[in-house]
Ligand binder design. Structure first.
Ligand code: SAM
Length: 242
């Protein structure tokens, strides 16, 4: 690699963002960190092993998620203590955003180690910026709870948030979520950002009822970011004075 680039720092946890679908979205810095680190800590070693293989990188992989996340975090901390440079990747996107990266980061900070974010793809940013909904103020919710009552309460509690609401949702619950949005937010603009950066990427825009109708006609598959226009500011509700 370029000799002018500084080497990686010892005892540092590098949070390496990886593609959310399109392998071209890996950054040059991500590749360098993955090549030069001592070990890659992965959410799923098989999945990340394939990614490394695609880019011709051979590196020891350590699972930090399967079986016992707390114990595995400790193993990462131990390696940082020995001076190792650890790259942490999750299955897709930016580690720590609605995935198990967060716990390792907290443990590494608590143990006094340096953390560096090797920035890159993140589904919520891709979905928000291309949605056409206001991006000046937004509220990232991530995944809603699974239980119906808890989902409903959470959606109700978000009613007064002024910014665009951003959810992650699995294809198995997307229709359920649209039904809930139709009850709680019938008048809001909603955008379904589907399969971002992939071959079948699409944006479905409309009120919840219109999107429900689409979901009734064709099964919506793939990965989704769901965006909901924020609460109307009070001034927008006030009558226009002549
Ligand atoms: N850390 C990731 C990030 O930076 O976006 C998110 C991980 S979370 C476990 C996975 C969820 O992100 C999916 O269920 C989906 O809601 C969203 N997601 C990930 N990739 C996506 C894509 N290509 N298109 C739409 N949504 C995606």
């Amino acid at each position: 690699m370029d000799a002018a680039l500084p080497p990686l720092t010892a005892s540092t946890l590098y949070l390496v963002a990886t593609p959310i679908g399109n392998l071209e979205d890996i950054t040059l810095r991500a590749l360098r960190v993955l090549r030069e680190c001592d070990v890659v800590a992965a959410e799923d070693t098989r999945h990340s092993g394939q990614l490394l293989k695609h880019f011709g990188i051979s590196k020891p992989l350590l699972s930090y998620f399967q079986f016992n996340e707390a114990k595995r975090s400790e193993e990462i901390i131990e390696r940082l203590r020995r001076g190792e440079k650890v790259a942490l990747v999750t299955d897709a996107g930016s580690p720590g955003i609605s995935d198990p990266g967060e716990r390792v980061v907290k443990a590494a900070i608590a143990a006094g180690f340096r953390i560096e974010a090797v920035v890159g793809p993140c589904a919520l940013v891709a979905g928000l910026t291309a949605s056409g909904l206001p991006a000046d103020e937004f509220h990232f919710v991530g995944f809603l709870p699974h239980k119906s009552g808890q989902r409903r309460n959470k959606l109700e509690a978000l009613k007064t948030v002024a910014g665009t609401l951003i959810f992650y949702e699995s294809p198995y619950r997307i229709e359920k979520l649209l039904g809930e949005l139709n009850e709680v937010y019938p008048d809001r603009d909603v955008v379904l950002a589907r399969e971002l950066t992939k071959k079948f990427e699409e944006f479905l825009r409309g009120k919840p009822a219109a999107l429900l109708e689409i979901a009734g006609k064709r099964s919506l598959k793939g990965e989704f970011v769901v965006l909901v226009g924020g609460a109307e500011p009070e001034r927008a509700k006030a009558p226009i004075e002549s």
